[in-house]
Structures are given as structure tokens and as C-alpha cells.
Ligand binder design. Sequence first.
Ligand code: KIV
Length: 286
Amino acid sequence: MVYGTPAAAATPPSSAASATARKPMSLHRLREMHASGEKIVMLTAYDASFARHAADAGVDCLLVGDSLGMVVQGKASTVPVTLEQMAYHTECVARGNSTAWVIGDLPYGSYQQSTAQAIASATTLMQAGAHMVKLEGGGWTAAVVQALTERGIPVCAHLGLTPQSVHSLGGYRIQGKSEAQANTLKAHAQGLSDAGASMLVLELIPATLAAEVTEMLPIPTIGIGASAECSGQVLVMHDMLGVTRGKLPRFVRNFSLGSESIEAAFRGYVAAVKDKSFPVLGEHTY
Ligand code: KIV
């Protein structure tokens, strides 16, 4: 790529044809995939160039995750990430994207104060180019989900390990292990679905619980450390490319190993989720 060439104009020849052939992803299409049992592939993205490669490789959904606080900004958690920063990165991803469904993560403090605050924050991300917003937690968030969906803003919910609550959860640890915790998570999942959420991320929960939640809900579940029982998978891009330093959680596979390019690594991830060879029960699950 020539330095300074807009990412959207610099499509590699190998992927250009398939990206052109693919229709832009929609909520309708995601529902069809869920109904037919086709796995939904989600990957985080934070800038135009990687978004372009991921979308061209066939990733269905690009999540502009507030994980950018850790993998891009080098912070210790996602808590310091601001709405302004999320809007900036959502704009970058939307500019590079070709066909994927773009999800903007509502950061800590941008939806907790009131429904009005949540609507204003979600509007900011939608106007930055998101097709859907994501928010963390259950219980009180159902009212927020309902307010957003009633206003035409699709919502992806997020249960299990919710990193914005890392300080109250006592670290990045597996959730829903006890029967009581599992029952609470299931009640929250049902509440979020009833409130209008179109998708649910399940992070770091036992495979059996992920299977139960996926079975009981009419909406797709997207797992991260929650097994192949989910309707789809999401990984943090820096983790699955082997960019993240240090010990990685067991649910991560490094797809860059043996891949000739970044886009090939993305294609490997897409293929492995679609054919259900990733994640592997016992190896990547709890
Ligand atoms: O912020 C993020 O990247 C996320 C994923 C880990 C699901 O929320």
C-alpha cells in the first residue's frame, strides 16, 4: 500500500473479487444466518486498514471494542476509554470497512447515568458509522436496551465477564460458575432479549451455560471464551494475530501462525469459526 492512500481505495487483488461479490451485512442477514445455523464471525477492529482486511477476508461483524483502551492505548483496563475516542475509532473503521456489520462499543460512563445519556451516546456512535451499539451488563440495562431499540438503534448486549466492571468483579475471571450466578446470568439474558437486544456477547463463562443461554434465546449469542455452542465467535484482533504480549487467555488461538499475510490469518479465523473447528471444547473453553 502506498503511504497515504485511503484504505478503502487500496483493496488487495486477491480479496477484491470476493468483497465485491458479497452484499453488505445487515441485521436481516444476521438473523437468517442464525436461523440456518451458520456461525457468525466477529472480530474487533480499531482502524481503517485492518477493518478493510478483515471485512475483505469475510468477517461478518467488526466490533469497535473499548478493548482499544488496552490494545491500542496501552491502558490497564477499558475503564478510561471515552465516548469521543470510541467515536473517532468507529469513524476510522467505518471508512475502511467494505461489507461487514459495524458495532460501536458504548464505553464506561456513557450509558449508566440515564436513558437520555445512553440515547445521546448511542447516537454519537451511530453517526460515526456504527450499525449497532454494544453495552455491558444485565438487569437495569434492559430498560436502556428497550429505549435504544425503540428509537431504531440496534443493540448487542454483553454478559459474563464484563470488562468495564473489572474492579467489582475482582479481576478478569470466569463468570457464572455457581448455580446462583448461572441463574442470574440466564435471567439477565432473557431480560435483554425481551427488551429488544438483537445479539448477545457471552464472555468467559462455562461451555454448558453458554449452550443453555444459546438454546433458550431467539437471538444469536457470540462467544469469547464461551465455546462453539454459541451462534458465533468474537476475538480481539491483537490477540488472534499474536500481537498481544504475555500470557493469553486459553480461549485465544494465534491465527497468524502459518499464515502468509494478515488477511490470510483473518481468512483462517473466518474458516475455522464457520466450520466449527474453533473454538475446541476443552482446549479453548471452560
Ligand atoms: O471491547 C471488546 O473488544 C469486547 C470484546 C472482548 C467482546 O467487548
